[in-house]
Design a protein around this ligand. Structure first.
Ligand SMILES: *Cc1c(COP(=O)(O)O)cnc(C)c1O
Length: 233
């Protein structure tokens, strides 16, 4: 089932790229493997997946122990400052930086191990009270503040669009993120580039690609529905 799902997602991505006049290589598929056991990730690895997305530090730490070291781990969930130290060495990209305080903490640990860490700024694009992310209006200022932290490089923006039945309903949010990234890029801030747009999930990644996504984060579409243990959230 996994390989069939992956093949379907790959086909959809290829079609969306074609429709938008973009090259397939411009879009990275991150397989969101949160809650899935190592055996399933291992199977995905076996059919070529190298980019995995997780939303909990503990899961990244546990899983990477038993999986090949050429996997690129993407931290896509809310990151607590006291947990930064556990992933600082091995994370490929932190998608979810939304406060200066968090950026500062990442910078401290990055400096300790002499690493330059690539990050994205997470934007709460629909202004949803239940979501993390900086408000769109405050994103430029946050980028400017973070740019002063020597061991970080802002590579772009990340957004989690609202849950919708019809992906078209999110198109304007993806456009808004793209426009915001263009505005920020135009400022030519040191250490800040806007080449990466991490947006689009199972329900809407083709629309996101049409609107410029360079990373799509697909979980259910590859691995099937997630089951959460009753008392382990
Ligand atoms: C879970 C998650 C995804 C993947 O969601 P699906 O709808 O299963 O594709 C993408 N991004 C973030 C931030 C997530 O937490």
């Amino acid at each position: 089932m996994l390989s069939k799902n992956l093949q379907q997602v790959e086909e959809n991505i290829a079609l969306a790229c074609e429709k938008a006049g973009r090259k397939r290589e411009e879009v990275t598929l991150v397989a969101v493997s949160k809650t899935k056991p190592v055996s399933v990730l291992s199977e995905a690895y076996g059919i070529g997946v190298r980019d995995f997305g997780e939303n909990k530090v503990q899961e990244i730490c546990e899983k990477r122990e038993s999986l090949p070291s050429d996997i690129r781990w993407h931290m896509i969930g809310h990151l607590q400052r006291n947990k930064v130290k556990h992933i600082i060495r091995d994370v490929a990209l932190i998608h979810s930086v939304d406060t200066y305080r968090l950026a500062e903490e990442i910078n401290i640990h990055a400096k300790k191990i002499k690493r330059i860490v690539p990050i994205l700024i997470e934007v709460n694009i629909a202004g949803e009270a239940t979501k993390f992310g900086v408000d769109a209006e405050e994103t430029m200022q946050l980028a400017e503040e973070i740019s002063k932290l020597d061991n970080l490089r802002v590579k772009g923006l990340m957004a989690v669009a609202p849950y919708v039945e019809n992906a078209e309903d999110n198109r304007h949010y993806f456009q808004k993120i793209r426009e915001l990234s263009v505005d920020i890029a135009r400022e030519n801030i040191d250490n800040v580039s806007m080449g990466v747009l991490s947006m689009g999930m199972t329900g809407d990644y083709t629309v996101a690609i049409e609107e410029g996504a360079t990373i799509v984060r697909v979980g259910t579409g590859i691995f099937g529905a997630r089951t959460y243990a009753a008392n382990a959230k």
